[in-house]
Ligand binder design. Structure first.
Ligand SMILES: Cc1cc2nc3c(=O)[nH]c(=O)nc-3n(C[C@H](O)[C@H](O)[C@H](O)COP(=O)(O)OP(=O)(O)OC[C@H]3O[C@@H](n4cnc5c(N)ncnc54)[C@H](O)[C@@H]3O)c2cc1C
Length: 663
């Protein structure tokens, strides 16, 4: 739509109608079109001038009216554009102002806004108060507007150039050739492209918030340079490494998203952080001066050590903040244990522990369970052989550059992705649990776990909002896998550049092109996901066969009681249940429930006799030393008895054979 001048009368009339309608509907709708969650700056009469005039960056503003149907329809494109160029903010920012809001009537009049939407460009450092330049083009497609933003930036002079924006013009070939063999502190990426291509400039702007890398562009018309660099097709990226080596970058698809993603993922390249986060410890330092050994890992793998460490933290630390579980909390925990016990593709000792915990929770007719009782079971105080969850925390794929980063929340995401994939690949796994045929089983269990137990309450609130919005649209187990992936990416987008982002592991839209090139496509200049490919990738990545046991703890205690010197090490200040079996501590159970609880299996595990001798495993069952002694005794007695019987009958037969009746 072009913004053509209309006769003044008509303009005045439309404006009046607009204002009238705005008064009627604007207030109600203004909050709806753009919210603080969107990547746009929401401006008003109070903030507009002070934000856009004399700003260090340029601005692209949309003056809209919340009652205008076209503005409502266009808001999705505007949000997508703002999300797409979020990283360009140091050079150019995107703002919106609702002219239907009573408060903004005067400012819209002052800016001469007659039609909605109106796009205005305001140059950086603009002090002229000329209210910017209106875009009159008919094409308002995302790619067109984005390219116009680039053109607009290039219209700045040297004097008013946005402070954080690097040069966008092609670099001189001598400057590029001078980099050959030169050692520097950062990478230099040179994008070689045709004259009309925007990829180079867009990638330069995409990498604005990143450090450890400079991006330049040059044109394919520079034949000498092309020859020197050995480039035969464009667009291409030529990379100069800090150590002086240089090479053409091998990228599967020659698209802006691929180029930007590869550059963002170069080792040592990370998002610029605030001063405090820049002072974060380096890998291997846990922030308290203690060195933690860095574990080399492959990002294309999932690590059992992360999953088990996450379960350990969840069961022994996070849950411990709830002294007793009852009502909805208890139900949430039971459902969580059900889903994990049935779907977790873990090691036998962990799965057996989870199954035992589940059996115990299901069979226990208690309405209230003390956490300590659960802990006793998790710690296998009853010494059942083959049940074990390590207490050693080993973050591998989830290790962070400091102890404060990544770790547990990373493992929780990983666990739930694994569970959604398991639910999709093993349709019968949840049979007879009450969850059979429920495609939402894992997601709803996760939602309730996060809302009830996850230590980060704000995270839980955000996750609940996302779930409320769309989880009910999930109709199949495959959709559940994709829903969680989409929501996780939504969280990644929100947290990119935040304090919780580990500079060594920038929050990107995942899977990155290096992990799954076929997951990414481009449509009309906008990056799009090929969701079929994403689903296939998620199933492979989070599938049981991709879980590596590298770094997983192998130290499993022998069944039977702890060695005489061990109890002290196991005893924790808040753990008063060292010598108890899987039953909840009698002291911690309400009196009226004690009888029910104490009856049942397990009594034989208590008692002093057990302590002296080690036990053994047979057919997956745990035998104590007492059991073993009794077995040997019984065996010996049986032998003696059998021998006795043998000789007894043999002597009888002998007598019978040699008996000669005297006739
Ligand atoms: C439910 C939930 C909600 C959270 N909400 C917040 C919040 O509101 N604010 C906050 O500050 N922190 C929040 N966190 C923590 C935050 O999301 C990260 O977990 C944390 O910052 C650690 O980040 P990370 O770099 O280890 O990557 P994580 O985001 O934890 O991801 C872990 C691993 O999963 C893989 N991955 C990444 N994206 C995807 C995807 N889309 N699909 C599948 N796999 C993927 C990658 O291999 C990545 O290394 C939340 C965590 C959870 C579990």
């Amino acid at each position: 739509m072009a913004f053509l001048p209309s006769p003044p009368m008509a303009v005045a009339f439309r404006l009046k109608i607009g204002i009238l309608l705005g008064l009627l509907f604007g207030q109600a709708q203004s909050a709806r079109l753009y919210t603080e969650e969107d990547p746009v700056v929401i401006l008003s009469s109070d903030s507009l001038k002070q934000s856009v005039f004399n700003s260090s960056s340029a601005w692209l503003l949309q003056f809209y009216s919340s009652w205008c149907g076209h503005c409502i329809q266009y808001s999705a494109t505007w949000k997508a554009l703002a999300g797409d160029v979020k990283d360009w903010a140091q050079a150019i920012r995107i703002g919106v102002l609702d002219c239907a809001h009573e408060k903004n009537f005067d400012i819209c009049k002052e800016f001469g806004i007659h039609f909605y939407p109106t796009f205005r460009y305001i140059k950086a450092h603009d002090t002229t108060n000329d209210y910017g330049k209106t875009y009159h083009g008919a094409d308002r497609e995302l790619q067109t507007v984005r390219q116009l933003m680039v053109n607009f930036l290039q219209n700045h002079t040297k004097q008013d150039w946005p402070v954080g924006c690097p040069p966008l013009d092609p670099a001189r070939s001598e400057d590029i050739l001078s980099l050959m063999g030169k050692k520097t502190e950062f990478y230099t990426a040179v994008i070689v492209e045709d004259k009309d291509s925007y990829i180079g400039r867009e990638v330069i702007l995409d990498l604005l918030p990143y450090e450890g890398l400079a991006v330049k562009r040059t044109l394919s018309s520079d034949k000498l340079l092309m020859e020197e660099l050995g480039i035969t097709s464009v667009p291409s990226v030529y990379l100069f490494h800090p150590n002086g080596t240089h090479t053409i970058m091998n990228v599967q698809k020659r698209l802006r998203f691929f180029f930007s993603s590869f550059l963002k993922l170069l080792p040592g390249v990370h998002r610029k952080q605030s001063t405090s986060s820049l002072q974060r410890p380096q890998p291997g330092n846990n922030g308290q001066g203690t060195q933690v050994e860095w574990k080399v890992f492959e990002k294309s793998k999932v690590y059992m050590a992360d999953l088990e460490s996450g379960l350990h933290y969840l069961l022994r630390v996070e849950l411990a903040t709830h002294k007793t579980l009852e009502g909805e909390e208890l139900k949430t925990f039971k459902d969580f244990v059900t889903v994990v016990a049935k779907l977790f593709p873990g090691r036998q000792s962990v799965v057996k522990l989870l199954e035992t915990l589940l059996e115990w929770l299901v069979s226990l007719p208690l309405e209230k369970i003390p956490y300590d009782a659960i802990l006793d079971l998790v710690n296998n105080k009853m010494r059942i052989s083959g049940l074990y969850l390590s207490e050693q925390v080993q973050w591998v794929g989830c290790q962070g550059s400091s102890v404060a980063l990544r770790g547990y929340p990373c493992s929780l995401w990983t666990l739930f992705h694994v569970l959604t994939v398991q639910a999709a690949s093993r349709p019968d796994a949840l049979a007879n649990t009450g969850f059979e045929d429920d495609p939402l089983a894992v997601l709803q269990t996760m939602r309730r776990y996060i809302g009830t137990f996850f230590g980060c309450q704000e995270c839980g609130k955000h996750f609940e909002e996302m779930a409320q919005e769309s989880v009910n649209q999930v109709k199949t187990v495959d959709e559940a896998v994709l829903w969680l992936w989409r929501k996780h990416n939504q969280v990644n987008a929100r947290l990119a550049g935040s304090m919780s982002e580990d500079p060594m592991f920038p929050k990107t839209q995942w899977p990155t092109p290096d992990l799954c090139p076929t997951c990414h496509e481009e449509q009309e200049g906008l990056h799009v996901w090929n969701e079929q490919m994403v689903l296939a990738f998620l199933k492979q990545h989070y599938g049981a066969s991709n879980i590596s046991l590298k770094y997983s703890s192998n130290s499993q205690p022998e069944p039977g009681p702890p060695a005489p010197d061990k109890p002290k090490a196991i005893t924790k200040p808040n753990n008063g249940h060292l010598n108890q079996n899987l039953k909840p501590s009698p002291d911690s159970i309400p009196k009226h429930q004690k009888r029910t609880e104490i009856s049942g299996a397990g009594e034989k595990l208590t008692g002093v006799q057990i302590e002296a001798r080690p036990g053994m495993t047979f057919l997956g069952l745990g035998f104590s030393s007492l059991d073993m002694s009794l077995c040997v005794l019984l065996y010996t007695l049986s032998c003696v008895f059998l021998m006795f019987m043998f000789f007894f009958f043999r002597s009888k037969r002998w007598k019978a054979r040699n008996y000669r009746p005297y006739v």
